[in-house]
Design a protein around this ligand. Sequence first.
Ligand code: TYM
Length: 329
Amino acid sequence: MQTVLSGIRSTGNLHLGNYFGAIKNFIKMQHENNCYFFVADYHSLTTHPDPAHLHDNVRKVLSEYLACGIDPDVATIYIQSDVPEVTELYLLLSMNAYVGELERTTTFKEKIRKQPENINAGLLTYAVLMAADILIHNAHKVPVGKDQEQHLEMTRKFARRFNQMYKTDFFNLPQAYNFGEKLVKVPGLDGSGKMGKSEGNGIYLSDSPKAIKKKVMRAVTDSGPTKANQEKPEAIQNLFSLMQLVSTPNTVQYFDDKYNSCEIRYGDMKKQLSEDITNFTNPYRERIEEIYRNDEYLRKVAVQGAEKAKINAQKTLKTVREIMGFKNF
Ligand code: TYM
């Protein structure tokens, strides 16, 4: 049986990118694999969250995971900071991660641009902590969106380096996974790029129908095609890409035909898209609210998950320490 691991940073609510990039694949996998799903609260520290909100952010993401259909009796669901073995592995791996390669990571370069006032060492070693998350369970597969592909590549690099250095084949080389298809990049509706928490362009599973409508109606478009079958500019393609995720194939075809014959009315398309997103998110929103209020259930899930995750994490760490030459007196 293969081990699958997926994680999400606790820096905001889950958006459609998180769902279609990672969670949907994970849900499909949870019954056939040994699955670990965690809330990455240590990773959220890179942006210095207010202590008054830290716990609530974790609680929100945990509620949202569960509302999406991740089953705590089937998969192991836990909070990263409840399994401190991860931090020891992070330290051990960081000794073989070189500053030059960390500085060249795309996400690090982006962060430098976005938060020049806070280029902390945690940002530089973000990929090492992520590798520790994955390798602590020696995962084979990691369902992620396209944006995390490079981090997975680095995880393989660190795992391979460890294996070579200590002449072992202990670590698996984990693969980013989307059922053999290309990794997904869910776009934002602001004309370019991906949907993301830090991009501020997310459509969240917990958004009200009114909020969804407002966001979709504001989406960037243009004055419309002037030639039949002309290529779609990025902003328009993004609308279609989102539609492909939540609408029926007939609906997508209808608007595609309208675009190709230069008869498209973006207002109609946006109205349809916001309705389809709302129909998609509605059941999740209701479940999120219910679970979020259920203190006892959330505590039970977190405690049970941490216990299960720790057993495996301790096993991995013990072996890693032995391989590296640590011995008890
Ligand atoms: P995060 O919290 O930004 O995103 C969580 C998951 O959602 C995917 N995702 C997307 N997929 C497609 N299109 C998008 N627009 C989009 N936005 C987000 C991400 O690829 C990710 O799979 N560093 C990670 C959290 C993490 C982690 C891990 C993930 C920490 N350790 C170990 C996997 C394994 C992050 O910030 O993801």
